[in-house]
Design a protein around this ligand. Structure first.
Ligand code: F6P
Length: 317
């Protein structure tokens, strides 16, 4: 193996992973080509050589130095053929694809349909890659959201208000459940659980009568909108209720130590496995040990542990 390509989505820790790919590949005299703007760059042949020195000073930076884009074209036969042609034309012997479900689904197409050697590296704040305990970026996203929640609590307590805070996560309640527990929040609305707004409003009103005057309710974007929930609570309780959408701040920022370490371990292992001929797989940790799993499995829906977290949130409120 002489040359590999690296293609990414964006979240905190992705740059640390790019750095690890380039530097570990160079230890085996493998050259790395950075593919700009994700699958769109692969289709357009938008590549740049990444040297050891070109990835210095990026371990602490959020986003992706390669930039990224959503590519509808890649999910057409024509787009895929263009991508494969560019891989051949540029003599790329294998690809490391760093991203979430969409990126890994693309990786699976390249490997299974076109026999391109591919290793995936899970990186998504949603942490919804099946068979992968932790994806790069999820830890930072939780900490960013937690920092915001702590600040909101200052105002919620001082002004005796109710806040409904919407967090990202696509269809998965991972961020919402973990942040609600870490932030000592009063309740959480999750895609994986049924919720009853009347029951919640009654609990808030009852709490208010007992003297519990400030609440923070986390809502996962995959279940409801913070504005709608706040409106209903206001209507049902007549208490002052504000909404806040945290949005993309959760995806950016300097990666936590956990994400940098994970990025270093995942990316280096992915290069080693690709070099040894493994393909159509993505890296993961099993009992703290690095391992791989088939991409076909990784892109299936993930069953995340929610109920025990929800129970804890309610016990500790
Ligand atoms: O998958 C990561 C994620 O940030 C989700 O949490 C969110 O639903 C989505 O991407 C937002 O996508 P975009 O950046 O295209 O608006």
């Amino acid at each position: 193996m002489k040359k590999i390509g690296v293609l990414t989505r964006d979240c905190a820790g992705v740059n640390a992973a790019i750095r690890a790919v380039v530097r570990s590949a160079s230890c085996y005299n493998i050259e790395t080509l950075g593919i700009l703007r994700g699958y769109q760059g692969l289709i357009q042949g938008d590549f740049k050589i990444l040297s050891r020195s070109s990835v210095s000073g990026i371990i602490n930076r959020g986003g992706t130095i390669l930039k990224t884009a959503r590519s509808k074209e890649f999910f057409t036969g024509k787009g895929q053929l263009k991508a494969v042609m560019n891989i051949k034309k540029n003599k790329i012997d294998g690809l490391i694809i760093i991203g979430g479900n969409g990126s890994l689904a693309g990786a699976h197409i390249l490997a299974s349909k076109y026999s391109v050697p591919v290793m995936g590296v899970p990186a998504t704040i949603d942490n919804d890659v099946n068979g992968v305990g932790m994806a790069i970026g999820a830890d930072t996203a939780i900490n960013v959201a937690l920092d915001a929640l702590d600040k909101i609590r200052d105002t919620a307590t001082s002004l005796e208000r109710i806040f409904v805070v919407e967090v990202m996560g696509r269809d998965c309640g991972y961020i919402a459940s973990r942040v609600a527990l870490a932030g000592g929040c009063e309740d959480v609305i999750l895609p994986e659980r049924h919720f009853d707004i009347r029951k919640m409003s009654a609990e808030i009103a009852e709490g208010n009568r007992r003297g519990k005057v400030s609440w923070i309710i986390v809502v996962a974007e995959g279940k409801a909108k913070a504005g709608d929930i706040a409106k209903k609570i206001r209507k049902n309780t007549r208490l002052e209720t504000r909404e806040l959408v945290l949005g993309h701040i959760q995806r950016g920022g300097s990666p936590s130590a956990f994400d940098r370490i994970l990025a270093a371990r995942y990316a280096t292992y992915a290069v080693e496995k690709l070099r040894k001929g493994e393909t159509d797989k993505c890296v993961t940790l099993k009992n703290e040990k690095l391992d791989t799993l088939p991409l076909a499995k990784a892109i299936q829906p993930k069953d995340i542990e929610i109920n025990s977290y929800y129970k804890l949130i309610k016990i500790l409120t």
